[in-house]
Design a protein around this ligand. Sequence first.
Ligand SMILES: NC(=O)c1ccc[n+]([C@@H]2O[C@H](COP(=O)([O-])OP(=O)(O)OC[C@H]3O[C@@H](n4cnc5c(N)ncnc54)[C@H](OP(=O)(O)O)[C@@H]3O)[C@@H](O)[C@H]2O)c1
Length: 161
Amino acid sequence: MLQDPAKAAVVASCAAVGAYNLLKTTAGLLGSFNRHFLRGTYDMYARYGDAEKKSYSVVTGGSDGIGLELCMQTAAMGFNICIIGRNEEKMLRALKKIKDSYPKVETMHIVFDFNKYFTIDDYDSIIAKALKDIDIAMLFLNAGWAQAGSFAKISQEATEQ
Ligand SMILES: NC(=O)c1ccc[n+]([C@@H]2O[C@H](COP(=O)([O-])OP(=O)(O)OC[C@H]3O[C@@H](n4cnc5c(N)ncnc54)[C@H](OP(=O)(O)O)[C@@H]3O)[C@@H](O)[C@H]2O)c1
C-alpha cells in the first residue's frame, strides 16, 4: 500500500494510462482479426452486378498501371471487362492477360484517345455507341498521366503532355 497520497495518485494515473493503451491495442488487434479472418469479403458482383445481364466493369486507361489492376481485380470479382484506351495493341495484350487469368470473363475494348476527342458528340458517337448494349456495373475514369515531384520542377513539355 502506498502511504503517500501524491505517489498513489501518480501510480493510479500511470495505471489508468496503461489500461487505456492496453484496451486500445487489444481493440485494434481484435478489429484487425475481424477484418482479415472473420468478416470475409463483400460480394461486389452480387451488390452491383446483374446476374442475367453479365455486367461489365469499364475502365478508361485499363491497359496499364492502376487501370490494369482495376481490371484484374474486378475480373476476379466476376465482372466482364471493357477497356477504353488509345493503344489497341496494348489493350489487346492487357485483355489477353485478363482472359488468361479469368477465362470465363468476357472482354471488349474501345479505341479512344482522350487527348484527341473530348466533345459530347465524340463521346456519343464512339463510346456511348459501343457501350449501348452492355450493362455497366462499374465505371473507372482512370485514363491519364501523372508525374511525381515538385510542381515547380515539371517541364513545360510535360505539362503540355
Ligand atoms: N501512379 C501514381 O502514383 C498516381 C498518383 C495519383 C494519381 N494517379 C492517376 O491515376 C491514373 C493512372 O495512373 P497510372 O500510374 O496507372 O498510369 P499509367 O501506368 O501510365 O497508365 C495510364 C493508362 O491510361 C492510358 N492513357 C493515358 N493517356 C490516355 C489518353 N489520352 N487516352 C486514352 N488512354 C490514355 C494509358 O494508355 P497508353 O499506355 O496507351 O498511354 C494507360 O493505359 C492517372 O490518371 C494518374 O494521373 C496516379
